[in-house]
Design a protein around this ligand. Sequence first.
Ligand code: FES
Length: 171
Amino acid sequence: MESGSSNVTALPLKAAGEAADENRRGFVKKFTLSALLLGIGGSVLQFGRFLKPNVLYEPSQTFKVGELSKFPYGSRTVIEGRGIEIVREKDGIHAVSLVCTHLGCLVKPVDNDSEIGYACPCHGSTFALKGEVLGGPAPKDLPWYEVYVDNSGTLVVDTSKVNQKRTKLVV
Ligand code: FES
């Protein structure tokens, strides 16, 4: 009789153990599936990064600065955000860099001075009206860039090409 009653009580314990095993298996399955999906998702994201080019976008070095009529004879026009000045004189037009050749500060155009055309606020270099160094630590003259007029009559500056001969564009 005792052994019979132990059989009766043993069955629910076994069923409880199986249920616990099944819970454990279910948990392991869900955990494994989640980990697998996370891994696949991460891989897809990493792969997606290769589809987008790893490029640093910079503004073009060739850009329009405006119609010629915007630059009357005798004018000096700073092109904001480009570090250049357009100078138009009777004998032509040119673009001069406003980036100091010492450590790269932006020089300021100087008006009403027969000798000094530009002055650097950082360490005091001064440049002539055509960009030649007059004083201070700047080692080189301010470069001129190539300019041309396109088909629509707009002045274009190409800062990738230094105008070595410092020739003005006759327009
Ligand atoms: S950066 Fe212009 S003088 Fe130093």
